[in-house]
Ligand binder design. Structure first.
Ligand code: ADP
Length: 499
């Protein structure tokens, strides 16, 4: 395995322009005046001090979002007008794409190339997709059984609180913001405390694009303070959360015990990739490797349980090890690098703990298993074999570059194993047999099934989990637009009505 930590020659540090809360179209200090440090995972050093939002700041942001929803132009303007502003914002995102991508690279350890790829697709792409739908929102005319005429209206749900994670900061931001804006909602968004930079830059561009003040407010801060203030707020109509199961539970609890706001949860995963013995082995190895180690395994849909049919197991194992040896972990700005640092120290320690635990549980470490270098949070791509399904490395979401490789004999066994998880976010199937593919797709309880591909995500494909991977409406696809709306029935008497 080639490893080089951070090569100084390619070390880049974009200028940090925005470090304050974005409320009512202005960058402001937090009410307490407190700040927190955001850390560069390449080095463990401080990038910048960020204003720390707490409950009082969330209250201030919600007050302006409420006013913008109840009295402002955004929910009332024709969809086409919202679309124009969103499309302008998308253009600005692309124009500033290099800088935005670099912010996610230094804040979250994303490969710069990956981060840049996400600008036209995940960020501007989401804005354009939902902008295209903003003027096509409509209800339907109902055929009533009585002497009544009735129809439905689709209305924005109101003020939305978005709480997002740190693994793909800008993509997560637009996954939430784009559909809710197109729907006509106003919002308060809390980026993860590890990765506030790109959200603040994006908010600045929103203002330049003409998003009215108060529609989008960004309050960086910590979960138990700023996050909890959002999920328990009496004036927020919906909380849309992406993160861990444990925190999702707290968010739902706070929503239930405050104003019963609507809740949408996109939580973790432990997704299976199932490789049948009719597969092209090189392609299957590519998919398995990419499906696991893309973005250093810090993806909720990572294919972290790889099931390989008995006859091809040994050969596939060999190919995966070869790939791991050629995998370059190091400077995320270097175009030759395959894997950057884990997003933060907590995550780095957690992954190393799981690797240690996997060995203690009796799994065999096939390759990797160690951290790299003396600074930053780099970890080798790690593959375990001889994994039993009840081991924690096969059940828990590690959210790091750790693959559990397992064997199966029959399709029945593959189905049972794939479903042997509390999660249900995604699954991959590699086979040339259409019957096998169809049977597997229908039998696996997961929100997305990829056949002979992996990680294919886009604005036009609904995304979200089954089981403990979440509920409350999909992210992405037109479904995400509708989750930020509520349906109203309007009824009126017609001819001969007793009314
Ligand atoms: P992780 O543990 O991997 O950081 P979390 O699910 O805790 O994942 O974090 C996802 C988002 O949830 C972050 O923005 C974080 O600040 C926020 N968060 C954490 N705890 C809470 C909480 N109690 N209430 C609301 N949001 C929270």
């Amino acid at each position: 395995m080639a490893t080089n930590g951070v090569s100084d020659s390619l070390f880049k540090m974009p200028t940090i322009k925005f470090t304050k809360l974005f409320i009512n179209g202005q960058f402001v200090d937090s009410i307490s005046g407190k700040t927190f440090e955001t850390i560069d995972p390449r080095t463990g050093e401080v990038i910048a001090k960020i204003s720390e939002g707490t409950k009082e700041d969330v209250d201030a942001a919600v007050a302006v979002a409420r006013d913008a929803f109840d009295n402002g132009p955004w929910p009332r303007m024709p969809g086409l007008e919202r679309a124009k502003i969103m499309a302008k914002w998308a253009d600005l995102i692309e124009e500033n794409g290099d800088e935005l991508a670099a912010l996610d690279t230094i804040d979250a350890g994303l490969l710069y190339q990956f981060s840049k790829f996400g600008i036209p697709t995940g960020a501007a792409g989401s804005l354009r997709f939902y902008a295209g739908a903003a003027d096509k929102i409509h209800g339907e005319v109902l055929k009533c059984s009585g002497e009544f005429h009735a129809y439905t209206l689709m209305e924005p749900i109101g003020v939305v609180g978005h709480i997002i994670p740190w693994n793909v900061p800008l993509a997560a931001f637009f996954t939430k913001v784009a559909p809710s804006m197109a729907a006509g909602c106003t919002m308060v968004l809390k980026p993860a405390e590890q990765t506030p930079l790109s959200a603040l830059f994006a908010a600045h561009l929103a203002k330049l694009a003409g998003v009215p003040d108060g529609v989008l407010n960004v309050v960086p801060g910590f979960g138990p303070t700023a996050g909890a203030a959002i999920s328990s707020h009496m004036d927020i109509d919906m909380v849309s959360f992406t993160g861990s199961v444990e925190t999702g539970r707290e968010v739902m609890h706070a929503a239930a015990s405050s104003n019963l706001k609507a809740v949408s949860l996109e939580l973790g995963g432990k997704s299976p990739l199932i490789i049948f013995d009719d597969a092209d082995l090189d392609k299957a190895a590519d998919l398995a490797f990419f499906g696991m180690f893309m973005n250093k395994g810090e993806v909720c849909i990572a294919g972290s349980r790889v099931y390989v049919q008995e006859r091809i197991y040994d050969e596939l194992e060999k190919k995966l090890v070869e790939k791991a040896k050629a995998w370059i972990v190091g400077d995320p700005f270097d175009p030759k690098t395959h894997q950057g640092p884990q997003a933060d120290k907590k995550q780095f320690d957690k992954i190393l703990w799981y690797i240690e635990h996997g060995m203690k549980e009796g799994a065999t470490l096939l390759t990797g298993g160690k951290s790299i270098g003396t600074k930053g949070y780099f970890i080798e791509p790690t593959i375990f074999t001889n994994v039993k399904e009840d081991m924690r490395i096969a059940q828990d979401e590690i959210f790091g570059p750790v693959m559990a490789l397992m064997k199966f004999k029959t399709i029945e066994e593959a189905i049972k194993s794939a479903n042997n998880t509390r999660y249900g976010l995604a699954a991959g199937i590699v086979t040339k047999n259409i019957d096998t593919a169809n049977t597997m797709s229908r039998s696996i309880r997961a929100g997305t099934i990829w056949i002979n591909c992996y990680f294919v995500i886009g604005g036009d494909i609904p995304f979200g989990g089954f089981k403990m991977s979440g509920f409350g409406g999909k992210d992405l696809g037109l479904d995400a637009l509708y989750k930020y709306m509520q349906l109203k029935s309007v009824v009126t008497p017609i001819y001969n009505s007793p009314w």
